[in-house]
Design a protein around this ligand. Structure first.
Ligand code: ZN
Length: 156
């Protein structure tokens, strides 16, 4: 018997598992030794506070990315998925990806012709408007970090 396409409930279950997995075991967690770009994102509504670190090469490729901070499961999972997704991208691609993710979470039309990969899991928050800011927080920090042309000093 051929397996039927996954139901909405099954997809939701899978997404929940992916989110929980990244929340419990965040990837690329911690400071980069020598970030070329960084920015902090704060979501006072929930108390999420995350910093995104990037190591950009001369040619604009993201050689490494990480994050640290604390927040709810959704904000941490989103940041973890973000770092996995953007490593290896050019910064222009990362900005395009940022726009697609934000649109997928807040837009009314959804995303067309754009493969969000695992990031599609975050779209579950669309049903919970109060959680959208948790999911977008790290992405806004990423965008801010990329657009900071000056090398940002660490606070230490
Ligand atoms: Zn949150």
């Amino acid at each position: 018997m051929a397996a039927a396409a996954p139901s909405q409930e099954e997809l939701r279950g899978l997404y929940r598992e992916l989110i929980l997995d990244h929340a419990r075991n965040p990837r690329n967690f911690g400071k980069l030794a020598e970030p070329s770009h960084l920015a902090e994102g704060i979501n006072p509504l929930c108390g999420d506070k995350l910093k995104v670190y990037l190591q950009l090469k001369e040619d604009g490729q993201i050689a490494d990315a990480s994050f640290e901070g604390s927040g709810c499961a959704i904000s941490v999972a989103s940041a973890s998925l973000l770092t996995e997704a953007v490593i290896g991208m050019t910064k222009d691609d990362a900005v395009g990806f940022f726009s697609a993710v934000i649109n997928s979470l807040t837009g009314t039309e959804g995303v067309k012709n754009f493969d969000l990969g695992k990031l599609a899991a975050l779209q579950g928050v669309r049903e919970f408007p109060a959680r959208v800011k948790c999911a977008t927080l790290a992405w806004h920090a990423l965008n801010a970090a990329i657009h900071d042309d000056q090398q940002t000093a660490t606070t230490e």
